[in-house]
Design a protein around this ligand. Structure first.
Ligand code: GLA
Length: 705
């Protein structure tokens, strides 16, 4: 940090944030690569705009709060009013503090009786965490409609990249030119949503995985939210992110404060991989990051193996095969509680069903632990089926607008966790099970969007979101070591806010390896692979009816927190030994897979996806070449392998822990059995792949020679 009287510079790992406080309002002068020893007044002169005709007679500098009173004509950071007054505040800095890595700035408008607290902290990874809060200093309530965190972008930010999707197809990239106007992504389904972007990126023209500059904002929030990129008619551009508040949701009583969700701002001059690397390093540096606690265990989830057919004998057989192939954690999914024999009843009654578990869960859990595995259990605590004891006793404990009952979704209503009784009910029942049994892991689902998210008629998405964070934190503090998987019909609640409270995301309900190649590629934009559940599904995918070889499914599932979701009691001996070999390979290499830099190659042929993980010291890497469609030419284009030490010599070979990928050729390329080459040659000449059948993949192992 360099702090001249009115300039604050926060720097880390090739990222610099320069804040100018000289005008009395905070102005971000720069967010990007380091500028060297430039003095504040020089930077001010370089960036203060000319005064155009037909404009106000002072240089127009919106500052962080983008107030209208600064003659700024774009979207302000704060919107609200106090009985139709105080809607156009103009904030002045009243105090600020700065250390090497962070600064806090307090702004005030005495007329509007509002205080803003701003905080910027730069992490060793270069990620800047921005906090923003508004306090009502007046004697009347202040109705806050929006408080968005904004960061300026240079004019050369020419394209936006964000991610959308749906159930079974999350995080699909969409790219578009940045033009005058706003590009707004909103999530209005009460949870993060399958179509939520996780981060929104702005990039220089043509930026790719390895090249170009990228600026991104990600919200630490699992409720409704908004991401925007706005370019004014003056040509200047900024990006913003914040909670999407319902009308009347945030009325601040005198003295009350609204804390906006933290925004994680990342900049990269090494393309999208550089951006992902910063987000991953930031999350990995947290002491509670799952890989710091222990290696990610091979997980078997029983959902696609048995669905609602819970039966001790059948599941015991699955336990035995799971242990045989090297599974380390066995997760019992939906169907063990209340009247939950299908998805029409039982949610809300978190008590083991006598009907399907006459001796309780004890015998199954004993079998799992005796086989050396951990036990995990599924919950969907924010939901209730109308056909449940809970709903019959407390129909009023659902989020709803008085006088009407929202339509069900998957036959269920949303439990109003902001109701003390409902919160205590769920906490109490889950806690009782975790206290009774050795359950070290829970998968927590959220299978429907919110329709009328109201508590006593008032909007309650904010409070409901905070309640689930509180509940997770409480369960973890009562049960040290407990891990939580966040699921919402697959990847409907993947976000940086939940990353602070959960340990793993169920990336998608699609276990189809072809879909997963894409879904995982982009889910890793900000979430590190060790937090993304990646399972080997059945030979024929239940969600797409596509059939894939075990080698393709296994190569795809290797790059994440790996597991199996398949009735492996039906497997052949050959399949079991492949699964065992794959699990052993994962265990031997998970340290690299879960700590290295994620590399996604800008491959010349759209018929293939190339990606991998490179150790930070560049001593080793594992890559995947996935032939996602039939190549157009006889010979598939070489897979370039960037990111290794150009001067170092590496031993490179194909590995086949789950069997040979079928190919259509007379002979393999000769490198597959082993070649010694340099990092430079791998990055510039690459490796000519075998002529694989479509929807097949090979793994490439690279170690120092
Ligand atoms: C959701 C999840 C699945 C499974 C089912 C159980 O769809 O995404 O993985 O847990 O619920 O009902």
């Amino acid at each position: 940090m360099v702090s001249h009287r009115d300039q604050i510079v926060l720097s880390a790992d090739g990222v610099q944030l320069v804040l100018d406080l000289s005008s009395g309002a905070p102005v971000v002068r720069h967010w990007g690569s380091p500028l060297g020893d430039v003095e504040g007044h020089a930077l001010r002169r370089m960036t203060t705009p000319p005064i155009p005709h037909s404009a106000v007679d002072v240089p127009q500098e919106p500052g962080v709060m983008r107030e209208r009173g600064r003659a700024f004509h774009g979207r302000p950071a704060l919107s609200g009013n106090r009985n139709r007054l105080d809607w156009a505040p103009l904030f002045q800095i009243v105090e600020h503090h700065a250390s090497e890595t962070e600064t806090s700035i307090r702004l005030h408008d005495a007329e509007a009786s509002l205080t803003i607290d701003l905080g910027y902290r730069i992490e060793p990874s270069g990620v800047v965490l921005v906090d923003l809060a508004a306090t009502n200093d007046g004697s009347e309530p202040y109705r806050l409609e929006e408080l968005t965190t904004w960061m300026p972008l240079p004019d050369r930010a020419a394209e936006s990249l964000d991610f959308t999707g749906r159930w079974l197809k999350e995080r699909q990239p969409q790219r578009r030119p940045i033009a005058v106007g706003s590009w707004v992504l909103e999530s209005r389904e009460g949870r993060t949503g399958h179509g939520a972007s996780v981060v929104q990126c702005a990039m220089t023209s043509g930026a790719g995985f390895a090249d170009g500059e990228v600026w991104a904002l990600g919200l630490l929030w699992s409720g409704e939210h908004r991401h925007l990129i706005e370019r004014g008619t003056d040509g200047r551009t900024a990006m913003g992110a914040g909670e999407l508040l319902q009308s009347g949701e945030m009325v601040l009583e005198p003295g009350e404060r609204y804390q906006a969700p933290t925004v994680a701002a990342a900049y990269s001059d090494e393309g999208l991989d550089g951006l992902s690397s910063r987000y991953h390093e930031w999350l990995r540096a947290r002491p509670e990051h799952p890989t710091r606690v222990r290696p990610r265990p091979v997980t078997l989830n029983v959902w696609e193996a048995v669905y609602f057919d819970h039966d001790l004998e059948r599941l015991s057989a699955l336990v035995d095969v799971a242990a045989e192939v090297g599974v380390e954690r066995f997760v019992l999914d939906d169907g063990w509680f209340g009247a939950r024999r299908d998805d029409r009843a039982g949610l809300g009654d978190w008590v083991v069903s006598d009907e399907v578990w006459p001796q309780g869960l004890g015998p199954l859990i004993d079998r799992v632990t005796a086989a050396g595995m951990e036990f995990g259990l599924w919950f969907e605590g924010e939901m209730v089926n109308p056909d449940s004891d809970l709903y019959r006793a407390h129909p009023e404990w659902i989020l709803h607008v008085p006088g009407r009952v929202p339509p069900t979704g998957r036959n269920q209503q949303v439990l109003d966790l902001t109701h003390d009784g409902a919160y205590e009910h769920v906490l109490g029942q889950v806690d009782a099970l975790l206290s009774k049994h050795p359950i070290s892991y829970i998968k927590w689902d959220h299978n429907r969007p919110l329709v009328d998210p109201a508590h006593h008629g008032r909007p309650a998405v904010n409070a409901q979101t905070l309640a689930i964070y509180r509940l997770f934190d409480e369960l973890k503090s009562r049960h040290p070591g407990l891990e939580i998987e966040s699921c919402a019909s697959g990847g409907g609640r993947v976000d940086l806010g939940m990353a602070m409270h959960a340990d793993r995301f169920w990336t998608s309900d699609s276990n189809d390896a072809l879909e997963r190649q894409e879904i995982q590629r982009y889910s890793m934009m900000a979430i590190p692979p060790e937090m993304l559940g990646t399972h080997i599904g059945p030979s024929t995918s239940h969600s797409s009816s596509r059939s894939h070889s075990l080698s393709f499914r296994a190569a795809t599932a290797l790059f994440g927190h790996a597991g199996i979701e398949w009735d492996i009691t039906e497997t052949t001996n050959a399949e079991r030994s492949h699964l065992a070999e794959w699990a052993a390979y994962y265990k031997a290499n998970r340290e690299l897979l879960h700590s290295g830099r994620v590399v996604r190659v800008d491959h010349s042929d759209t018929a293939a996806l190339v990606h991998g993980v490179v150790a930070h010291d560049r001593s080793a890497a594992i890559f995947c070449y996935a032939q996602v469609a039939a190549p157009g030419a006889v010979l598939p284009s070489p897979a370039l392998i960037p990111g290794l030490d150009p001067d170092a010599r590496y031993r490179v070979r194909r590995i086949e822990p789950a069997g040979r990928a079928p190919a259509m050729q007379h002979a393999d390329p000769t490198w597959v059995d082993g070649v010694i080459t340099t990092g430079a040659a791998l990055a510039t000449i690459g490796l000519r792949p075998p002529i694989l059948h479509p929807e097949q993949a090979i793994l490439i192992e690279i170690v120092l020679a």
